[in-house]
Design a protein around this ligand. Structure first.
Ligand code: AMP
Length: 282
């Protein structure tokens, strides 16, 4: 695996690959890699001639400075895992490389409704930061395929919208959420959970399954309330427990029994914020 810290050096390699018609697959990450990230790299490896992974903890997408300061960094382990997974290129830029002073960064991405709900509502500015870094990374890497995890369901929708406008022709491939044996979605933030919190954290997966088993056409407000209450009882501070249309992300209080559904949860265990979601497959 080749490692690049500057855009200039990376661009030389990428231009060469493009000139040779090599299909580029891109996996953007913030590091502290786990098997969820690695599943994306492996999928990219199967579907591309050259796999580029980036590790960049993007300061502009953290609405909470403490969350940014505590974000885990495990670069040596990350390099080992990426090499083992067959990643071809690691892009590891500094903040100055990504956001030089001369770069114009004050434009706003038109995300509409998507930015007003769920993580858009509870993490103000988060998706603007995500779009900002993705716009920059995609302009540098110019991949044919972009691999993202369903774990961040709303982020996938935001990027679908943003890339359709700014990167027409780019294929967005959404990969399934990888879970621990007990169901907890893999996340870089899980290492910040204490042993006791780690055990309690599986309640999120259990609540998603509760949604899946119990949702019925008609009023869904009471099932949402039950889900919220059971998480509160288990010691979570809940941002949301929601049911939405899986294509539009329109939140719903009533289900017609036909609309495709996604259940979404965001909740804190002490200082650690966990998110997860599940599709209703029918
Ligand atoms: P992050 O490093 O958290 O920004 O995540 C980088 C990419 O990995 C994003 O596309 C995430 O959705 C994806 N990802 C994170 N956790 C998982 C998981 N448990 N399963 C699959 N993909 C994941």
């Amino acid at each position: 695996m080749r490692l690049y810290k500057t855009i200039k050096d990376l661009t030389v390699l990428l231009k060469n690959s493009k000139a040779n018609n090599i299909n580029i697959g891109f996996v953007p990450t913030m590091g502290a890699l786990h098997n969820g990230h690695i599943s994306l790299v492996k999928k990219a490896k199967n579907e591309s001639g050259l796999v580029v992974c980036s590790i960049f903890i993007n300061p502009t997408q953290f609405n909470d400075p403490k969350d940014f300061a505590k974000y885990p960094v495990t670069i040596n382990d990350d390099i080992y895992l990426l090499e083992k997974a067959g990643c071809d290129v690691l892009f590891l830029p500094s903040v100055e490389e990504m956001y030089p002073e001369r770069l114009k960064t004050d434009f706003k991405f038109e995300l509409g409704y998507l930015e007003t709900i769920l993580d858009g509502k509870f993490r103000p500015g988060h998706f603007q930061g995500v779009c900002q870094v993705m716009d920059r990374l995609l302009s540098i890497v110019l991949p044919d395929k972009l691999f993202m995890g369903q774990k961040d369901f709303q982020q996938c929708m935001v990027l679908k919208k943003m890339t359709a406008v700014n990167f027409a022709g780019l294929q967005l491939i959404i990969c399934p959420t990888q879970r621990e044996i007990d169901g907890l979605a893999m996340s870089s933030r899980n290492v910040r959970l204490s042993k006791e919190e780690r055990q309690r954290a599986i309640k999120i997966f259990a609540t998603l399954q509760f949604f899946k088993t119990n949702v019925k056409p008609g009023d869904v407000t009471s099932i949402k309330l039950s889900a919220t209450n059971s998480l509160i009882k288990a010691g979570f501070k809940v941002d949301y427990t929601e049911i939405a249309n899986a294509e539009s992300l329109q939140l719903m209080d009533n289900w017609d029994g036909n609309e495709p559904l996604v259940f979404l949860i965001a909740a804190f265990l002490n200082k650690v914020r966990l998110i997860d979601n599940m599709l209703l497959d029918r």
